[in-house]
Design a protein around this ligand. Structure first.
Ligand SMILES: Nc1ncnc2c1ncn2[C@@H]1O[C@H](COP(=O)(O)OP(=O)(O)OP(=O)(O)O)[C@@H](O)[C@H]1O
Ligand SMILES: [Mg+2]
Length: 570
């Protein structure tokens, strides 16, 4: 691990390592970075603040010789307190397996299982801390942290269960199965214990024990999560509440949930994007979208791309348009690109089709085909081409219903894209369509091809295409005359204040607190919301009925707001 990599990981900013290394920012260059440089590297406000504060701390260390600055101790050697999501995976029936198989076969089985599980952990950027016989211990949040480590752990858990269940090694007549337990909480990641390959980073705290206990009560192939993890993934997964569980070593029963699978994408998206709140500002942009819609209703399609920094309000604006059109007859199609599926061909399209057809996890193959056919027949006159192609796209086995597809892979892909566009044309022939593609910065190659075809067809279709993405994306079709690019700027001061007021329930904050929130968040609504919530949850304010005031403890420190107390919050 390079110095800069270790340093960023220690700050919990591992996701920016690529930006730093791609721009050849080494540890020496780091000391001279300005806020503008960090902006160029793509860091939003929060991470920029963290990096600048850490650079300031480095630069005050003037007595250290440069060599000690340029070689910071890697994070592994320092005890540190941090939030970690811990996952325990255990192979079901390993004792019985070891009696049935000879030692070489058993070693192969272990090897296949450990490789499969480790690959899934690595895919979600977790860290395999230890193999313990047939058990695997993994961390999410150390050594590199992501804002969504709990979600990553649950996804990795589900994927590890699926990967294990797909293994039927050697002489075994049935597939392997794993039990998985996940817990999130504060731990101390301590010094290295042991020597050589037996070295292990000690993680001290209740969290690893809890993950291990939950793993023991999971059914084969099931993922069970604790309360701390549950709080962080509410709305993102389909869960079954298992109620309070008596666990060995725990004085009181603890709540647990079984994860069934991903929640419906639309629900997941809305849960994490607060679309139920009133829109503040953005009237010019919304008017433009509504004008485009009027034009679309006359039959000539248009695309509007909304670009801007994370949290600036792209999705909120798209949602506001959807709200405004609610009373009008139209079809709405939503496609969500995902950071976890940037390499899965047509992932957003597959998800949309599954949702539209109402496919459920437990559906039988024939039930899935029935639902898909019902969906296709809403727009297509027959199923002869679309049926097998779309069933194949959704990985539904159609051997008992249609003849095999006699096309080369390239031809099949081209025809699948053709069928998808034709399907849209038929929907649009009946009513105007609002088609939203969210987060194009995570689009996979094939969906990108589908989108380009769609943009090409737009002028003749009553379709308003709204695409959101972060600034780094430059689709090749951007310059066409029926495409309008809207770059979202920061909100103004009044608008920022309106968001704060909404979160305080209309009660005013001390003006110095409002000023600091607005100054620190630079008009990015997501940060305004987050910082306001942090301030409201802190001990620095008390609710005084129709307003908030600084708490007595805060005032009695005799420090003005430029002096100190707010540093703890901001
Ligand atoms: N104009 C606005 N009025 C009120 N709230 C807003 C506004 N813009 C954004 N928000 C709120 O700020 C948060 C972030 O907005 P949003 O999710 O739309 O950002 P985004 O640009 O889509 O970010 P990302 O690139 O991460 O998808 C949400 O909770 C949203 O409701
Ligand atoms: Mg968004």
């Amino acid at each position: 691990m390079s110095d800069i990599t270790a340093w960023l990981a220690r700050l919990g900013l591992g996701k920016y390592i690529e930006a730093f290394t791609a721009n050849e920012v080494d540890f020496d260059a780091l000391r001279h970075l300005t806020e503008e440089n960090l902006r160029e590297l793509g860091l939003p406000v929060g991470p920029r603040r963290k990096v600048l504060a850490a650079i300031a701390a480095l630069n005050t260390d003037t007595l250290s010789p440069p060599s000690s600055v340029s070689a910071p101790a890697p994070p592994r050697h320092e005890a540190e307190r941090r939030q970690l999501t811990v996952m325990f995976i255990d192979l079901v029936g390993s004792t019985e397996l070891s009696q049935r198989l000879d030692p070489e076969e058993m070693r192969d089985v272990f090897h296949a299982y450990q490789s499969a599980v480790s690959a899934e952990i690595a895919r979600y950027e977790g860290y395999v801390a230890k193999f313990m016989g047939d058990g695997v211990l993994a961390y999410f949040g150390w050594p590199s942290a992501h804002e969504d480590d709990a979600e990553r752990a649950v996804r990795a858990g589900l994927a590890a269960a699926t990967a294990t269940a797909s293994l039927t090694p050697g002489s075994l007549d049935q597939p392997l199965a794993a039990r998985i337990g996940i817990a999130t909480g504060l731990v101390v990641v301590g010094d290295l214990i042991g020597e050589g390959s037996a070295q292990e980073q000690a993680v001290v705290g209740e969290t690893p024990n809890l993950a291990a206990r939950l793993q023991a009560l999971a059914e084969p192939n099931a993922v069970v999560i604790a309360g701390g993890t549950h709080r962080l993934v509410i709305g993102l997964f389909e869960l079954i509440e298992l109620g309070l569980q008596e666990l060995k070593g725990y004085a009181t029963a603890v709540p647990a949930w079984r994860v069934i699978g991903e929640a419906d994408t639309e629900g997941r998206f809305d849960a994490s994007h607060g679309v139920s709140t009133p829109l503040v500002g953005r009237s010019k942009e919304l008017d433009l979208l509504l004008q485009c819609w009027q034009q679309v209703r006359t039959g000539s399609g248009h695309a509007v791309v909304l670009s801007g920094e994370p949290g600036i309000g792209k999705s909120r604006l798209a949602a506001a348009l959807e709200e405004r059109l609610r009373a009008e007859p139209h079809a709405r199609l939503r496609y969500f690109c995902s950071p976890y599926h940037t390499n899965s061909a047509l992932y957003p399209v597959i998800e949309q089709l599954s949702r539209a057809a109402g496919l459920r996890l437990g559906d039988s193959t024939s039930a899935k085909l029935d639902k898909l056919e019902a969906l296709v027949l809403q727009s297509a006159p027959d199923l002869s081409e679309a049926g097998p192609l779309l069933a194949s796209l959704l990985s539904i086995d159609f051997a008992n219903r249609y003849s095999p597809i006699q096309l080369t892979p390239q031809a099949q892909k081209a025809r699948t894209l053709g069928v998808l566009i034709e399907q849209l044309e038929r929907i649009a022939a009946r009513q105007p369509v609002l088609l939203v593609v969210e987060d194009m910065h995570w689009i996979d190659q094939t969906t990108s091809e589908w989108l380009a075809l769609l943009v090409e067809r737009l002028p003749d279709l009553p379709v308003l295409l709204v695409v959101t993405f972060r600034p780094e994306v430059h689709p090749p079709w951007l310059k066409q005359s029926h495409v309008t690019a809207v770059s979202l700027a920061s909100l103004g001061r009044d608008e920022g204040e309106a968001i704060i007021r909404r979160l305080t329930g209309g009660r005013s904050l001390p003006s110095e607190v409002t000023n600091h929130i607005l100054a620190k968040t630079e008009g990015i609504p997501l940060f305004v919301e987050e910082l306001t919530k942090t301030v409201l949850e802190s001990d620095f304010l008390v609710d005084a009925g129709d307003h908030y005031q600084l708490s007595r403890a805060t005032c009695s420190t005799d420090e003005d707001v430029n002096g100190g107390w707010y540093c703890e919050v901001f």
